[in-house]
Design a protein around this ligand. Structure first.
Ligand SMILES: Cc1cc2nc3c(=O)[nH]c(=O)nc-3n(C[C@H](O)[C@H](O)[C@H](O)COP(=O)(O)OP(=O)(O)OC[C@H]3O[C@@H](n4cnc5c(N)ncnc54)[C@H](O)[C@@H]3O)c2cc1C
Length: 212
C-alpha cells in the first residue's frame, strides 16, 4: 500500500462523505475498488467514486457508528496521510463493450462505482435505479441526468418510486437492457438477482458487487 495525501472531505449527508486524495500515479478502470485506511491501522475496501479522467481519487463512504475505520476517515483533514492499495476487482464494463444499454442497480453507497462509470464515460447508455431510505441518501443526485435515474425511497414519498429498489425492479421490462449491474448489500443483491433470473435474464448478463 502507498501513502496518499488527503485533499478534501466533502459531506454529502449527515453520515456520508466523499474523501478525495491525490492519485499517486494510480491507474484504474471504473468499477474497481481500493483498500483505504490510516497508516498503521486497519483498512477497508471502497469502490472508486471518480471518473478516470480526474487527477485525484475519491471514495464515497458512509460512517458506520462504532465502525473501526469509517469514523476515522470522516475526521480526516486536508494534508493528512492515508494508505491506499492497488485498484482491484471485476465489477467493470464487459470486455468489448460497445455502447449496449446498462441497467445499474444500487442501494446506498453502492452507487459509487456507477458514479465512476458515468463520470468516466459521459455518453454512457444507462438507466440507474438507486434505493435509499430518503432523499438525504440520494448522494450527488444532480450529477445524474434526471431521465436516467429512478430514485426509490423506502421511508418517504420523495422519490420516483416509494418503496425499495426491488419494487421498481419488479416492474421493469428486462429486454430493454443488455447488461445488469447490481451493487450494495448482499440481501438486496440476492433479491434482485433472483428477480432478474425469474424474468429470464441470463446469468452472464448480470454482474454483482456486495458491500456487507
Ligand atoms: C468490494 C467492496 C467495496 C466497498 N465499497 C464501499 C463504498 O464505496 N462505500 C462504503 O461506504 N462502503 C463500502 N464497502 C464497505 C466497507 O468496506 C466497510 O465495510 C464499511 O465502510 C464499514 O467499515 P467500518 O470499519 O467502519 O465498520 P466495521 O467495523 O467493519 O463494521 C461494523 C459493522 O457494520 C456493518 N456494515 C458495514 N458496512 C455497512 C453499511 N454500509 N451499512 C450498514 N452496515 C454496515 C458490518 O457488517 C459490521 O457488522 C465496500 C465493501 C466491499 C467488500
Amino acid at each position: 500500500m502507498k501513502i496518499h495525501k488527503v485533499l478534501n472531505v466533502r459531506a454529502v449527508s449527515k453520515t456520508a462523505f466523499i474523501l478525495r486524495f491525490n492519485r499517486e500515479g494510480k491507474n484504474f478502470e471504473p468499477g474497481l475498488h481500493i483498500s483505504v485506511g490510516l497508516p498503521g491501522d486497519e483498512n477497508r475496501p471502497y469502490s472508486i467514486y471518480n471518473g478516470v479522467g480526474k487527477d485525484y481519487l475519491e471514495i464515497l463512504v458512509k460512517e458506520i457508528p462504532n465502525g473501526l475505520v469509517t469514523p476515522k476517515l470522516k475526521r480526516l483533514k486536508p494534508g493528512n496521510e492515508i494508505k491506499v492499495g492497488k485498484p482491484r476487482g471485476y465489477f467493470c464494463l464487459p470486455d468489448n463493450y460497445n455502447g449496449e444499454k446498462l441497467c445499474l442497480i444500487a442501494t446506498g453507497t453502492g452507487i459509487a462505482p456507477f458514479h465512476s462509470f458515468i463520470e468516466s464515460y459521459p455518453n454512457l447508455n444507462y438507466h440507474l435505479y438507486h434505493g435509499v431510505k430518503d432523499l438525504s441518501e440520494a448522494y450527488d443526485l444532480n450529477f445524474y441526468n434526471s431521465e436516467s435515474i429512478t430514485l426509490c425511497t423506502s421511508r418517504t414519498e420523495e422519490g420516483d418510486v416509494m418503496g425499495r429498489v426491488t419494487k421498481a425492479m419488479k416492474n421493469i421490462k428486462v429486454d430493454q437492457f443488455d447488461y445488469f449491474y447490481i451493487c450494495g448489500s448482499y440481501e438486496m443483491l440476492d433479491e434482485v438477482y433472483e428477480l432478474l433470473e425469474d424474468k429470464g435474464v441470463k446469468r452472464d448478463k448480470i454482474k454483482t458487487e456486495g458491500y456487507f
